[in-house]
Design a protein around this ligand. Structure first.
Ligand code: FMN
Length: 743
């Protein structure tokens, strides 16, 4: 194939008309093998018969057919009739009818589906196709259906073996330019076609020529991979008022942009905002991914495509595409193009023609919400100092809780504040035995105790040895007589300032003094804090937590639970006043979009296969690498009381960290979920997953080697970073403390 580097290469057969002297001598030369052997295919008799049938559909009489053929030949030798097409790439010399009869026969089976007037218009429609993987199915279908005056096709890429799952081509064509292959195929169907090949693809330099020709395109089909080019194509198409059609081989997605009718229309339906192609050139690959995810929103792509996006670079090198999707796309675009050309309805917008979906009943959407409903508030009467209790509760509720579930309830009992676990918060897999709740309640109690002491009262905390049906965990008593005025205090300010920080850190080493301060904050025999700060140990913790995250985001019950905590926008966070506000995750826009992919249960189910889902491991590894230390707090036993004490200790550590300017993020579902092992609820795991989880627990014990006879309660990272950009919300006090008035 010559001329691949010229912008326009006409990869066409030679059409020889033996009535012309020069063509006759060229024909004789070819036949004689003057330029190498040729393969001759002469089926002109059959073609003539077919033409007679087209002209006289009811004619069955062989004699009459013979007469009609003779009339068509008009004394000409059959060999010299019509044309000969010489295909240089296959060295075939093929005898064909003249252009008009050839078209009439070839397209005779279109009649009534496409009438003659429509045929005329379709044949004059100039079509440009950029990207000849998916585009080749479009091109071939158009060609077969007789659509297209000039077909201008562009691709710089050559065929490789991995294209042969979806591209119609032969193994002998590996290494040949895809546009060239496509042009050849079209010419083999219709030697009179007019195909222009841009074998170096469309570039900034040749785009004007590609669109404006002559002839000017009537429609542009975008099947290219590059996001930059998608923008550029549209900007130029819009400037030339050329409509754009794009088919994406997932869920039969079809995009129509009628720039012919709407020259002010935002490109790509405005999904990527006011972005221009010139802005894209500046962007990194990461930022481009973000824009791709705007065009293919995470909630809308098929589960398999979504899962595959997360596997690129891990188990696959690029995204998958199926022949069925590509062929279907070719058909879809052809129909859309027919509508466009013939003035049938075709609005701008996005459609889904989802074959898989049409073939089965709609998949039931997984709700997966295990979140409890609030109970009706219990009313209690007490003569105790309600406003003091309210103050304590106000600080108590600023405590951290897993998934911001705020598992606490407060009530008055004389001059005592009862702290209970929220009565319905029992089902969660990550709160097995309520231990995560008790940890949170411990933090709330610690806050209350600090708040009381800053208000001049000593509070005595009596933990219930057994948690009864009412869920009461502790009783906080104070001496009602000794009321001192409230003072503003650094410790109260710390309670207010403490937040979970999920930013990346600077990974500056943890100073010995700071480590000692944190250890001292634990302060007693009820909990033990171990910090590891060297890179290798943090790396191990990152790998362990990452592997656990993969499990928790793929095992369906854990996934459902984790995702039910998510509040995807501030409106949802404000409505529920609990859960994890997406904004508190401090994700880039791209990573937030990726999280939406992961959030889908159907995607998670696909990733739940050994070897997959490695992308889910990365955040933990990155976070630990950017930290100053990883920490583990162990508690003495596995009782509610041990975890409440652990929660108090953890809160002291966190407040001290806040005081010395250290950020802290728990990363700790593993310590709770591991407790499912050996219980009947272990059945949510496959045997392989259970084994992996057990091994992860052991590995964690190998990093945190101190006091291994105690129970791991919470794992976290410590680092230096800016303060979080948003604060998590809390339910109003009156909803957790029924006696409290609305403030
Ligand atoms: C027991 C427990 C487990 C937690 N686990 C995680 C965790 O795995 N990842 C995380 O980012 N935050 C975790 N957190 C932090 C909570 O999500 C956070 O405290 C809650 O959303 C309230 O936000 P705040 O701490 O900023 O007030 C955990 C907190 C507690 C008390």
């Amino acid at each position: 194939v010559k001329d691949l580097n010229r912008p326009v290469c006409r990869e066409a057969p030679e059409i020889l008309d033996l009535e012309e002297a020069s063509d006759r001598s060229r024909f004789a030369h070819l036949i004689a093998g003057g330029s190498g052997a040729v393969e001759i295919h002469d089926s002109i008799d059959e073609q003539l018969r077919d033409y007679v049938k087209v002209l006289h559909p009811s004619c069955r009489d062989e004699r009459r057919i013979g007469d009609e053929i003779n009339e068509l030949l008009d004394g000409c030798q059959p060999r010299d009739f019509g044309r000969w097409a010489f295909y240089p790439w296959s060295r075939r010399l093929v005898h064909i009818l003249p252009p008009e009869p050839f078209g009439a026969v070839r397209e005779s089976r279109n009649l009534y589906k496409i009438d003659l007037e429509e045929r005329r218009r379709l044949r004059g429609f100039n079509v440009g196709i950029v990207g000849l993987s998916a585009g080749s199915a479009v091109a071939r279908t158009l060609c077969l259906e007789g659509i297209g005056g000039t077909l201008r096709i562009a691709d710089f890429d050559a065929l490789d073996l991995s294209n042969l799952n979806r591209l119609q081509a032969g193994i002998h064509e590996i290494g040949v330019n895809k546009a060239v292959i496509c042009a050849r195929q079209m010419y083999e169907v219709n030697p009179y076609a007019h195909v222009e090949v841009f074998a170096e693809g469309v570039t900034r330099e040749n785009l004007a020529l590609f669109l404006a020709g002559p002839p000017r395109l009537d429609v542009l089909i975008d099947e290219c991979d590059s996001i930059d080019m998608k923008f550029l194509l549209r900007e130029e198409a819009r400037a030339n008022r050329i409509p754009v059609i794009m088919q994406t081989s997932d869920r039969g997605m079809l995009d129509i942009e009628r720039f012919d009718l709407e020259p002010q229309r935002a490109v790509l339906h405005g999904l990527v905002g006011a972005m221009r192609s010139s802005d894209l050139a500046e962007l990194t690959m990461e930022q481009k991914v973000e824009h791709v995810l705007c065009i293919l929103p995470p909630r809308e792509v098929s589960a398999r495509a979504a899962a595959s996006m997360l596997e690129i670079g891990s188990t696959i090198s690029t995204w998958p595409q199926l022949a069925s999707d590509i062929q279907f796309g070719g058909a879809l675009v052809t129909v859309a193009l027919r509508h466009l050309c013939l003035g049938l309805p075709l609005e701008s917008g996005r459609w889904y023609f989802e074959m898989d979906q049409l073939l089965r009943a709609p998949a039931k959407p997984l709700n997966g919400s295990l979140r409890h409903q609030d109970d009706a508030p219990r009313r209690m009467s007490s003569s105790a100092s309600r406003s003091f209790a309210e103050t304590l509760v106000a600080y108590a509720t600023l405590a951290p809780s897993g998934g911001n579930c705020q598992p606490w309830r407060f009530s008055l009992d004389g001059d005592a504040l009862l702290v209970a676990r929220h009565p319905t918060a029992t089902e969660s897999f990550r709160d097995i035995g309520g231990l995560a709740s008790y940890l949170a309640i411990g933090g709330a109690i610690e806050n209350a105790v600090i708040a009381a002491s800053e208000h001049g009262r000593v509070v005595e905390v009596a933990l219930r040895p057994q948690i009864g049906d009412d869920g009461t965990v502790a009783r906080l008593c104070w001496d009602a007589a000794a009321i001192m005025p409230a003072r503003s205090s650094e410790r109260l300010a710390l309670i207010e300032r403490r937040m979970t920080n999920r930013r990346m850190g600077s990974s500056t080493p943890l100073e010995d003094d700071d480590a000692a301060t944190l250890r001292a904050a634990v302060g007693n025999r009820v909990a033990h804090l171990e910090l590891v700060s060297d890179l290798a140990a943090r790396g191990r913790v990152g790998r362990i937590l990452g592997a656990f995250d993969r499990l928790q985001f793929t095992v369906s019950q854990l996934h459902a639970e984790a995702m039910s905590e998510m509040r995807w926008d501030s409106e949802a966070a404000q409505r529920t006043l609990d859960g994890i506000d997406l904004a508190t995750l401090e994700l880039s826009r791209r990573d937030a979009l990726i999280l939406q992919l992961i959030a889908r249960p159907d995607v998670a189910a696909i990733l739940r296969t050994p070897g997959r889902g490695r992308a889910l491991e990365e955040p933990a590894a990155k976070a630990m690498a950017s930290s100053s230390a990883a920490g583990m707090l162990r508690v003495n036993g596995s009782t509610a009381a041990a975890f409440v004490e652990g929660g108090r200790a953890m809160q002291r550590v966190w407040l001290e960290a806040t005081r010395v300017g250290l950020a802290l993020q728990p990363w700790t579902a593993i310590t709770f979920v591991s407790r499912l092992l050996g219980t009947p609820r272990q059945e949510i795991f496959t045997a392989g997953e259970a084994k992996e989880l057990r091994e992860l627990g052991k590995s964690l014990d190998e990093v945190f080697r101190e006091r291994r006879d105690w129970t791991p309660a919470i794992v976290f990272r410590i680092f230096r970073a800016e303060t979080p950009s948003v604060r998590s919300r809390r339910r109003p006090i009156e909803s957790v403390f029924p006696l409290a008035k609305s403030r």
